[in-house]
Design a protein around this ligand. Structure first.
Ligand code: PHE
Length: 467
């Protein structure tokens, strides 16, 4: 038996809307903030090339697997997996893939909104600066570079402000998710993603003419094999998953709102290309500035926030460019956070038969509690290492622990299980029917999902954790 759409469910109004929403989910802080930070901390070129390898050979096949399960199931992620299992005569226990994903999405939502809060802060700072110093000069006229780099540590030190901004960003996310698919989530994607791309292109072109481009290119694309350790590989896979929104039910949830007419193979290709393109361009936009200003590439999470504002100081129209830059990041972040919130919301709403706003509020309160702990882990609770007994997470605060366990455990494990499920357990005809691929492409995808992805992922996971 093949499951059919339950008539009253909301869905995307068109294929374009689906693509924009899925690209909106994929493109976010992961590309602009996490990618350069991870690349810098993991040795540059070795990380970047392995990351591209992961996107093509692992990310893309897993992406297609996830949207396919969602579209067939037409429900929240756990229920979609159960329906595919039932239609394939397999155990409904496979639904655990969806449940784990929903839980991981919820964890990510909680700390994602913390970083979203930093974006709001910088919008405020640049708006204020534009107002004070006027349009034409650089940003922060007359202030020392150390002063500007101190903005982020200053924010980190202020627990109350961190919590306030965190909750502010979460509230914005809540507002759109509570409104539903077409008038909330789709609305955000359809209006904000095109604006994002316009701003992104303008700023990258501007950056290419003003920064140290050559050094950035050689840093990002010089492959030094000796730097490719197990830990670097795990970080690269984790980044590929994080950036493509994989392994955490997000893409299954969005796939469930796609219509039968949408070609999922093609759509997955578009999503992955857009996401990877933005990540690489973001690296090429951020590192020239980092090098030109003599800053360290391995600055970690603070890289984008601490270094770019220094560069905006030297640019003509710096306050305006800075303001536009952070507005652009805000758009990208919001279209991702709504997808993170939608996965657990769709589940809560379906499971407990609640009205959407109530389900969204439940998820929101939970994310607020964890978010407050993450916000405080930069100041009052900096010495709290929740998983300190595990070597990989020794001296890792609450925020970094959530980031680490989701990207380095939940996502790869979720992806391995998804591949085994789609490649080996689910009925092959059902899968062929959904994936929109034919001929050689279909064979390649199937081989990747059945053999390459699960094996490579298991090896990388083992090396990264125990190697
Ligand atoms: N892909 C998003 C980003 O790069 C983050 C995300 C992860 C969104 C997982 C949904 C699910 O910012």
């Amino acid at each position: 038996m093949v499951a059919t759409t339950s008539g009253s469910r909301e869905g995307w109004s068109s294929r374009t809307a689906f693509i924009l929403a899925a690209v909106g989910s994929a493109v976010g802080l992961g590309n602009m903030w996490r990618f350069p930070a991870e690349a810098g901390e993991n040795g540059g070129g070795a990380f970047v090339l392995f990351y591209i390898f992961c996107v093509l050979l692992i990310g893309l096949p897993v992406l297609l697997s996830e949207v396919l399960v969602g579209r067939h199931g037409q429900a929240s992620a756990p229920e979609s997996v159960r329906r595919v299992a039932a239609d394939s005569g397999a155990s409904k226990g496979w639904g655990i893939i969806g449940s784990m994903g929903v839980f991981a999405a919820f964890l990510i939502l909680s700390f994602y909104c913390v970083v979203g809060g930093w974006v709001l802060y910088y919008i405020g700072v640049f708006a204020g600066d534009l107002f004070q110093t006027g349009l034409t000069g650089g940003a922060f006229e007359g202030r020392a570079a150390s002063d500007i780099e101190g903005l982020l540590p200053g924010l980190f030190g202020n627990g109350g402000l961190m919590v306030g901004l965190n909750l502010g960003f979460l509230a914005l996310t809540f507002f759109f998710v509570a409104r539903g698919i077409s008038s909330g989530i789709e609305w955000v994607a359809v209006y904000l993603m095109p604006l994002f791309f316009v701003l992104f292109l303008a700023i990258t072109i501007y950056g290419a003419f003003t920064g140290n481009f050559g050094e950035a290119v050689s840093y990002l694309f010089t492959f030094d094999f000796s730097k490719l350790t197990g830990e670097v590989m795990l970080a690269a896979v984790g980044q590929a998953f994080f950036s493509l929104s994989l392994g955490v039910a997000g893409m299954m949830t969005y796939g469930a709102y796609a219509s039968r007419e949408t070609n999922l193979g093609k759509t997955s290709g578009i999503i992955a290309s857009a996401d990877t393109g933005v990540a690489l361009l973001a690296g090429l936009a951020i590192f020239p500035i980092v090098f030109a200003a003599g800053l360290s590439a391995s600055a970690g999470p603070g890289l984008m926030f601490a270094s770019l504002p220094v560069a905006f100081q030297q640019m003509p129209f710096g306050s305006l460019i800075g303001l536009l830059f952070f507005i652009m990041i805000f758009f990208a972040a919001l279209t991702s956070s709504v997808s993170l919130m939608e996965a657990p919301t769709a589940y809560t709403l379906e499971k407990f038969k609640l009205p959407r706003p109530v389900a969204t509020a439940i998820v929101g309160v939970g994310a607020a509690v964890l978010g407050i702990l993450s916000s405080l882990s930069f100041n009052d609770m900096a010495e709290f290492y929740p998983l300190g007994f595990i070597p990989l997470f020794a001296e890792t605060n609450f925020f970094d622990t959530l980031d680490g366990i989701t990207a380095k455990l939940f996502m790869p494990i979720g992806a391995i299980l998804t591949c085994v499920f789609v490649g080996w357990i689910a009925d092959a005809r059902l899968i062929d029917d959904e994936n929109g691929l034919d001929g050689a492409l279909h064979q390649i995808w199937r081989a990747l999902v059945r053999f390459v992805c699960p094996i490579v992922l298991t090896v990388i996971l083992a090396f990264g954790l125990f190697g």
